[in-house]
Design a binder for this molecule. Structure first.
Ligand SMILES: [Zn+2]
Length: 138
């Protein structure tokens, strides 16, 4: 794991292993999820992997009725929208993820600040398999 490059491919590989990983700058301590190879605060390039606990709160969200092709394939459309949210992790970083377990047909019932827990949704098989990061109320 230490040898993995700090990029989206590694991030997704960790997700497939049920791990939410970010990179931490060894110089200034800034945290990046998904991981970045270069610190945007101090431009340091000494990064280390940091595992997130997967707990956070809903910071913002939007209900998406017309999603990307892979979501349409999963059966999401105008009648079945899904929720995409910004989650503020306990570690202080914000990640974008799918929000599960909320009533997407009644967005007014979804509350900012709701405590959430990370979940890893595995779809497809073999080469075509992907893992989506999702959060649901804890
Ligand atoms: Zn830094």
């Amino acid at each position: 794991m230490e040898g993995r490059p700090f990029n989206d491919i590694s991030y997704e590989r960790f997700l497939s292993e049920d791990k939410l990983m970010g990179s931490r700058c060894q110089k200034c301590g800034s945290l990046f999820v998904p991981p970045r190879p270069i610190c945007t605060k101090c431009y340091g390039s000494e990064m280390e992997w940091a595992e997130m606990k997967g707990k956070g709160r809903l910071a913002a969200f939007t209900c998406i009725a017309i999603g990307p092709p892979f979501m349409i394939k999963e059966g999401y459309d105008r009648k079945h929208p899904y929720v995409c949210g910004v989650v503020e992790l306990e570690e202080g970083v914000r990640v974008v993820a799918r929000i599960e377990g909320v009533d997407e047909s009644k967005p007014e019932t979804i509350e900012i600040g709701t405590p959430l827990k990370a979940e890893f949704l595995h779809t497809g098989e073999g080469e075509a398999s992907t893992t989506f990061l999702a959060f649901r109320p804890s």
